[in-house]
Design a protein around this ligand. Structure first.
Ligand SMILES: [Zn+2]
Ligand SMILES: [Zn+2]
Length: 192
């Protein structure tokens, strides 16, 4: 069901199809064989985070394994613009791609940024968090790169930029603040 030009309600099947298509396109370009039926999940419990990539590391053998891609249900219910939903999908698939290229602990680092540029993903940052579940005597360690995208960007004409995930005092009263680099006036752009 369409609810306006830019916003769209997606069912689970349509959404996972978009993700699968994105994986196929990127992996083909990089000549990597995608894992058959790689788990793509939609969670109703994710609020701040819009997506995450989960993987595990075997401490003894020092090997890594991709586990799943997880997305917030908010991406399906028409809360966000279509463009933004596609950006999040691309962003998460890029985490999965970079992992498969052998950069296991890359997160939002330099190589990740490079691939974002290559595939036209504007959403390159976002505060990430890692979660470890490590049971005693278990050699398998599970990690996740959770992506909480920056809702706002603070800009200055001198080139200064800062990302913010929440509507803070600074965001609401930007005119009262000065650029830390050049003391010039600042402006805010909303990213989604
Ligand atoms: Zn991310
Ligand atoms: Zn400045």
């Amino acid at each position: 069901m369409e609810i306006g030009k830019d916003f769209m309600v997606l069912n689970h099947k349509d959404f996972t199809f978009r993700v699968k298509l994105c994986i196929e396109l990127l992996f083909n370009k990089e000549n990597i064989e995608p894992i058959q039926n790689f788990p793509i999940e939609v969670s109703t419990r994710m609020t701040r985070t819009h997506g995450y990539f989960q993987y595990s590391r075997n401490k003894k053998q020092k090997t890594y394994k991709a586990l799943k891609l997880n997305f917030s249900h908010k991406l399906l219910n028409g809360s966000f613009k279509n463009d933004y939903v596609n950006e999040i999908i691309l962003h998460e698939v890029l985490h999965y791609l970079v992992f498969n290229l052998g950069y296991y602990e890359e997160k939002h680092g330099y190589i990740f940024q490079k691939y974002c540029k290559k595939y036209g993903c504007r959403l390159t940052t976002g505060s990430s968090s890692e979660e470890y579940s490590n049971k005693e005597g278990n050699e398998e360690q599970t990690k996740k790169v959770a992506c909480e995208p920056s809702k706002y960007t603070i800009n200055c004409s001198c080139g200064f930029k800062a990302n913010r995930t929440r509507t803070s005092k600074i965001i609401q009263n930007i005119k009262n603040y000065r650029c830390p680099t050049c003391k010039g006036s600042l402006s805010v752009t909303q990213n989604f």
